[in-house]
Design a binder for this molecule. Structure first.
Ligand SMILES: Nc1ncnc2c1ncn2[C@@H]1O[C@H](COP(=O)(O)OP(=O)(O)O)[C@@H](O)[C@H]1O
Ligand SMILES: [Mg+2]
Length: 258
């Protein structure tokens, strides 16, 4: 059968459990090349688990997960970069060495990895902070280092787990604009988990709403102005406001139903 090369991500009828705890059931979701898909759903419905499944860190008990047409876990692992829910910067490493870690893990030497990370520091608003330890950086800067580390490995698919959850509202809005610009400059296929429906609709092309555990996709909404340069203009647009209300209604129904 011919592969559709535009389909980067295929999740079909996936189920998962941790022992007796059923986490996902009949979950289906697809992503095309350079599409950013938002994932919202109640706490504990299996969003982080789904990202680990996509990235090949776990296996489904039923159904199929394929990344660029490959379903073996090591193939998925090689094609996906995960930014985990907690910012896992190593406290004793400088910002540049934290950022370069993904390259070091691929067997690239320290000097070369640092040089490559350094070229991105300016673009990520981190110039001058190469030698700083994570504790010396602001929350937004730490998230940018963690994101740089996710991006630098050059994987075609990004899995971003609540990247801005720990930030205050103003920093969060700034980081959303920053991520939108980063994805405009360097488009990737991405799955972004967030609790914030507005964030999902602003950053993503499409937002999948998940049910309570066992999680499955119960609705998909397309975003009216994905990654618009003018964030404030985009989120106050009537089309955006009605998409947000629809998403919230679906989420509330989901919560009541589970
Ligand atoms: N390693 C694990 N072992 C057993 N249960 C887990 C493990 N990780 C998560 N869980 C449980 O699985 C469910 C789904 O977790 P998770 O995927 O983290 O949900 P979400 O990210 O949507 O909040 C939760 O009930 C959680 O407590
Ligand atoms: Mg989670």
């Amino acid at each position: 059968m011919r592969q559709d090369t535009r389909v980067k991500l295929e999740i079909a009828g996936v189920g998962h459990s941790y022992g007796d705890l059923r986490t996902l059931s009949s979950l289906t979701l697809a992503g095309e090349a350079n599409e950013v898909i938002g994932l919202v759903g109640p706490s504990g419905c299996g969003k982080s688990t789904l990202l680990e499944l996509i990235c090949g860190l776990q296996e489904p008990i039923e159904g199929k997960i394929a990344v660029e047409g490959n379903s073996a876990s090591e193939e998925r692992l090689g094609r996906c970069a995960l930014m985990p829910q907690r910012d896992l910067l190593l406290p004793w490493y400088s910002a540049i060495d934290n950022a370069a870690l993904a390259l070091r893990n691929q067997g690239i030497g320290r000097a070369e990895a640092r040089a490559e990370a350094a070229t991105l520091f300016d673009r990520f608003g981190l110039a001058g902070f190469e030698a700083a330890r994570p504790a010396e950086l602001s929350g937004g800067m730490r998230q940018r280092v963690a994101f740089l580390r996710t991006l630098i490995a050059g994987k075609p698919v990004l899995a971003l787990d609540e990247p801005f959850a720990s930030l205050d509202a103003i920093t969060r809005a700034e980081m959303q604009e920053w991520l939108a610009a980063a994805l405009r400059a360097d488009p990737r296929t991405a799955v972004l988990v967030t609790h914030d429906v507005e964030e999902a609709l602003y950053l993503c092309d499409r937002v999948a709403v998940m049910s309570g555990r066992p999680g499955r996709v119960v609705a998909e909404l397309s975003a009216p102005h994905p990654r618009a340069e003018d964030r404030d203009g985009a989120v106050t647009d009537p089309g955006f406001v009605s998409a947000r209300e629809q998403a919230l209604r679906t989420l509330h129904q989901t919560l009541r139903g589970s």
